[in-house]
Design a protein around this ligand. Structure first.
Ligand SMILES: [Zn+2]
Length: 139
C-alpha cells in the first residue's frame, strides 16, 4: 500500500482513497494546520480579488470623472444624488402586470420593441389591488 509524507509533521501515512491529493495525515494537529494554511491561501486570493476590484473602481472613475464633483456638490451625506434623481422612480415590481406591445413606427429603430407595462389592478374591477393578494381568503 503506497504511503504519503504529511506536509505538516513529515510522517508517512496511508492516504485515504476518497481524498484526492491528500497532503496531510489524519492527526488533529495536522488537520488543523491544513485548515489554517487553506484559510491563509484563501485570504491571499481575496487580496487579489480586492485589488482587482479597486482597480476596476479606479477605471470606472476615470470614465466618470464627474462622479466625485457631483458627490461633493450634493454634500457628503447624499452621495450620487444627481444620478439617483435622474432615474425614474421604480415602483415595487412584485404583483401582476400586463405587457402590451405597441407597434414601432420608427424605421431607425426597427429592431426594437416598445412595450407598455401596467399593473393589472390599475383597471381591473377590484380597483383596490385585491386581486394581487393571492393568499386572501374568500369566505
Ligand atoms: Zn501530519
Amino acid at each position: 500500500m503506497p504511503t504519503k509524507i504529511c506536509a505538516c509533521c513529515g510522517q508517512s501515512f496511508p492516504p485515504d482513497p476518497r481524498v484526492k491529493n491528500q497532503a496531510y495525515c489524519s492527526s488533529p494537529a495536522c488537520q488543523a494546520e491544513r485548515r489554517k494554511r487553506w484559510r491563509q491561501s484563501r485570504s491571499r486570493t481575496d487580496e487579489v480579488y480586492l485589488d482587482n476590484k479597486s482597480r476596476a473602481q479606479r477605471a470606472w472613475l476615470d470614465r466618470n470623472p464627474d462622479y466625485w464633483r457631483t458627490y461633493r456638490a450634493n454634500g457628503a451625506g447624499t452621495p450620487n444624488k444627481q444620478i439617483i434623481d435622474s432615474k425614474p422612480a421604480l415602483a415595487p415590481l412584485s404583483g401582476l402586470y400586463r405587457i402590451q406591445f405597441i407597434p414601432n413606427i420608427d424605421p431607425a429603430k426597427s429592431d426594437e420593441w416598445i412595450a407598455e407595462i401596467s399593473p393589472v389592478c390599475a383597471d381591473c374591477p377590484c380597483k383596490e389591488n385585491e386581486c394581487k393578494d393571492i393568499t386572501r381568503s374568500t369566505n
